[in-house]
Design a protein around this ligand. Structure first.
Ligand SMILES: [Zn+2]
Ligand SMILES: [Zn+2]
Length: 348
């Protein structure tokens, strides 16, 4: 009798319980590919999901939606990738026939499932199965670290698209974690004028300056909006709120007046109130932004290929797959930028 092939995979089994299970490799369904994981990012949404603080994601779930790997098998009928291709997953699993899907808004699919966030498969595993149509090929010149930033960068690329023309505009980016720093890259790419970033941590403010912010402000100051406007010498045309809580949303609205736009792209955890008379009287637009579309992924690949930033500066910690629980503990500390779980070939 031949032994069934097994894999290890990470499961967030209960709030703050991250385990590595050994189980059978899943058989491929039609249209699926089997991918051997190289690296898989731990995201802010994983931090919230693992703590039981995420609005739309709770344990148990199989994490890993920022994943890079190599195709090792394909089911019949898969034509877009072949064994040996290096790929990253666009984790939005869309139905293709609902109203948003029919109107070029498939990120808003009414039947959306999310690979690595509640779906039966996630990328934090020795191998995983995934619908092959959601795979993007990674350019050969990319390092795995660069490839791991395609998905996180696609989120601000989409948010920038929703913000409208940024050419010459004054922009503030609240929060300089992975999304805030990648938003900085996307905003620069879109031709923004003055760009200011905030964070409570000096190390992250320094990183924002190194990545092209014209100015940085400590997010912990009193009257953040006043300080930001003083620093910029004017109001802000577009604020990207990459933190998305009551305090940051309130400051974002104050910075933006009048006629400004506030794009909320951080993973918001709780409801927040807004100053409705100000929103109305000063004609402020509050724009939600979620995930990305295929073209945002492809733009993110182009931006990284252009050498717009040094991916190695983003990746501040790595943990082998069997130590995934430590990776989750590290993101909870808040001091790291991008944390990656990396393949562990020794254990197979
Ligand atoms: Zn993410
Ligand atoms: Zn749909």
């Amino acid at each position: 009798m031949t032994k069934e092939p097994t894999r290890r995979r990470v499961v967030v089994s209960a709030p703050d319980i991250v385990e590595v299970l050994t189980e059978a490799v899943p058989p491929l369904e039609p249209g699926e590919a089997l991918v051997e994981m190289s690296v898989s990012g731990v995201c802010g949404s994983d931090k919230a999901g693992a703590h039981g603080e995420h609005a739309f994601l709770s344990p148990p779930y199989y994490p890993g939606h920022e994943v890079v790997g190599v195709v090792v098998d394909v089911a019949d009928g898969v034509g877009n990738v072949v064994v040996g291709d290096r790929v990253t997953v666009e984790p939005t699993l869309v139905c293709g026939h609902c109203k948003p899907c029919r109107h070029q808004a498939e990120n808003l699919c009414e039947n959306l499932e999310f690979f690595g966030c509640g779906y039966r498969e996630g990328g934090m595993a020795d191998v995983f199965s995934v619908p092959a149509e959601r795979l993007h090929k990674v350019p050969e010149a990319f390092s795995d670290y660069q490839a791991a930033l395609i998905e996180p960068l696609a989120t601000p690329v989409h948010a920038v698209r929703l913000a409208g023309d940024l050419a010459g505009k004054t922009v503030a980016i609240l929060g300089s974690g992975t999304i805030g720093l990648l938003a900085l890259t996307a905003v620069r790419r879109a031709g923004a004028g003055k760009v200011l970033s905030t964070d409570t941590l000096a190390a992250k403010r320094r990183l924002a300056l190194a990545l092209g912010a014209d100015a940085v402000v400590d997010a912990g100051v009193d009257d953040l909006a006043g300080v930001v406007r003083g620093e910029l010498g004017e109001s802000v045309d577009v604020v990207f709120d990459c933190v998305a809580n009551q305090a940051t949303l309130g400051e974002a609205v104050k910075m933006a007046i009048k006629g400004g736009t506030v794009v909320v792209l951080g993973g918001a955890r709780k409801p927040a109130t807004v100053d409705l008379p100000v929103i109305q009287e000063y004609q402020i637009r509050i724009q939600g932004a979620t995930t990305y579309r295929w073209e945002d992924f492809e733009d993110a690949i182009d931006i990284i290929a252009s050498g717009a930033f040094d991916a190695d500066r983003f990746v501040t910690a790595t943990f082998p797959l069997p130590k995934a629980a430590e990776a989750f503990a590290a993101i909870a500390s808040g001091g790291e930028v991008k944390i990656l779980v990396v393949a562990d070939r020794s254990g197979r």
